[in-house]
Every structure is written in C-alpha cells, then in structure tokens.
Design a protein around this ligand. Sequence first.
Ligand code: GLU
Length: 448
Amino acid sequence: MEAKQYVDGVLKEINKTNPGEKEFIDAATEVLNSLVPVFDKHPEFMRAALLERIVEPERQIIFRVPWVDDNGNVKVNRGFRVQFNSAIGPYKGGLRLHPSVNLSIVKFLGFEQIFKNSLTGLPIGGGKGGSDFNPKGKSDNEIMRFCQSFMAELYKYIGGNMDVPAGDIGVGGREIGYLYGYYKKLKSLSEQAVLTGKGLTFGGSLARTEATGYGLVYFTDEMLKDNKTSFEGKTVVISGSGNVAIYATQKAQELGAKVVALSDSNGYIYDENGINLDVVKEIKEIKRGRIKEYLHSVPSAKYEDGCKNIWKIKCDIALPCATQEEIDEEAAKILVQNGVKVVAEGANMPSTLVAIDVFQSNNVLFGPAKAANAGGVACSALEMSQNSMRLSWTFEEVDEKLQEIMKNIYHNAKNAAHEYGHEGNILMGANIAGFMKVAEAMMAQGIV
Ligand code: GLU
C-alpha cells in the first residue's frame, strides 16, 4: 500500500472512532500527515500497524473528584489520566486544571507528549491528565482539598517507574506539593520520582520553574543563530503570563530583546517601553492577581479586554505561551502582514493547522510546540534522574544540560527534515525525529 493512502486511511478511522474530539483529531492529523515520507521509506512500519497502535492510548482513566468548598457545599469534578505510550519510558506529562479540560484535550496533550518527550532524548513515555476544576478564585484550602481528592484516585495508577505527572495550566508548585503530600500519605512511602515540579526542599530540581520558558528561548535562539540573526534588538510579543511566559520573557530580555506584551485569560497589556517583569512576577507569582493590575504600577502601559488583538501588535518574534488554538488563520495573517519573522510555540498547539500553513507559506521561521516547549518536561526528566541518584545538581548544571538538550532538539529536527526531503521544515522534522525513536522501540518490543 502507498504510504499516503495508509496515513489517509488511519486518519479516516480516527475521525470515525473519536467523534467530537476536535483537538485530538487536529493534533493527530498534523503529526500523521508529516509522517508520509517515513512510511515511504519504512513499509515494515505499516505492516506492524504502527500508526493504528500509536493513536490508541495504552490506558485511559476517568474518575469522579468530589470535594467540599469553604462554605460546606459538595462539588464534583471529572478527573482524567491518559497513559498514551510507554515504549521508551514511564508515562510522563502534566496535569491541567482548567474548566475547558475534557477527554479530547487530555488526549491531544498526551499524544503530543509522546513525540515531545522522545525529542528530549531522555527515556520518558507520553501521558497527560487533569480535570475540569477551575482553580480561579479558589482558596488555598479548596485547592488542597481538591488535590487530595484527585490524588485519592490517581495514586493507584502512578509511580516513579509507571507514570510521573507534573504541572501544566493551573498546576504549579503549590498543587504539586499538595498532590505529593497526599500520595506519600496514601502509599506510606517516600517515592520522590512519582511527581516532578516538586518544591526544592523535597526533591525538586533547580531550574525546573524556569525550564519551559528558558528552553523556548534557547530553542528559538538556536533557530535564529542558524539563520544568522539573534534576539538582540528584536521586538517580541508573548501571550500568557504563567510560568512559561514569565521565564520566556526573562530570558528573551537577557538576550537583548524588547518584550512588549503579555496576557491572561481576561485580556492583554502592551508596554511599548518593554515589560517590567518584576511587576508581573509580583502580580502573578505572589498575589495571584490579574494582568491588568500591571497598570497600577505602570500607568503608561495599555490594557485591552480579550486576547485576540494581542496578535495585532507589530513584532519581529511571536511566542504564544497561553493555550491551544490561540492563533487562528486571521491572527496568523495579521502577524505576517505586520512583518513577523519568527513564531515559536511555548504553549501546546497554540496555532491552528491553518495558521501554521499561513506561517510556513510566508517563510516565517516556525518552531513547533513539541520541539520548542520541550524544555519543561526535559527538566522534569532531569529531576527524576536527580531523585534516583539522591542528589541535586546546581542551577548552572541543570541550565547547561537544558541548553544542550534544546540545541540538540533543533538540530535533530532540522536534520530529520533534510533527510526526509523537507529542508527547513522544523515542524515535519520534529514530528519525524520524535516518531522515529518511538517507532524503533515499538518495533523491537513486538505487538503490544
Ligand atoms: N506540562 C508540561 C508539558 O506540556 C510539562 C510536563 C512535565 O514536566 O511532565 O510538557
């Protein structure tokens, strides 16, 4: 059978068997379409039904999460953990707490995680989880009770050699602390490598907090250098104001760029003089407030409700670090019209499939999420290594390893694109390079 026909057939089947799962189907479509040249070269992969197996999670767990709010009301949320692929190591991937979370979103994130984790070069499989719980406006005690109830079910399915969750949207150091504490209580054992993103006093890694944002900028910097340019003097628009956006801003500023915008789910700020990151950190990391409070400290900045128009700001480099599908066709066209040269994804799947087409057909350098934002999970794997060795590396040691990993990801993706006849297409290259390692492991392990 022709490779193209094979891939089309599997995509048709996915559409039939996963009705309504738009995010998962989009993620699978993007990856599968770029694998056609691989199946051309490796017909044995088709005979082993590699694609049919890789799009089917190894295990999906959906559970009830009841908890009691501060007023004594009983609330019920839905919890998820999708253990997608363990060919190269234990399932690894974050937990997302956001009202939009459903099975399709967890599956899309888990599917992406398989290839992202493979690209890091470290032995971690792909998984993801979360809940439709909305952490916005909840007290510390409510967050703790939710996390404990979530873990009261999840603990049965995870472990340092089995499945290692971490943070994602709505899950940071505070939540990982509560989840870890309850896991330890339930299992009566101190198994540090069961979760990553832990506090530094109980097995966390230095630089894990910064890793996704720093990694994004290291990756982008390598892409810029390879194209004979740099961050120096560039205007950058970054969406989001969570962990990824904050540390991407910090590193981009260190490399001489001017970051002029950040956002949250309510709206965005524009500061033509360059964002004052200390102000943002105070609002977001300490007060857990809203981005519009930036204007209390910097009244010359502008704030607009809603996030769509952030992409109308003229910039050289756009780093979407908020959430999936935040750049649609229209936003991509405006970015191109305004002269954007580089788009690199800090969030997972922030550009729609059509938006990616717009970037690529207009020669915008495009750094796809699974390559560009792999720094976070890479550092998580380094945290697992440190836990196994029962020692901890310095910030500089971890940061150095992270830089090396991000550079390697860029060059491996670039080389794979070249090898498979799609010179310069980092999206295809990342999909192919990530896939090859998983494919070889799956071939070696028989039909499982
Ligand atoms: N949620 C992050 C991601 O999308 C990190 C996952 C992890 O550290 O396991 O890659």
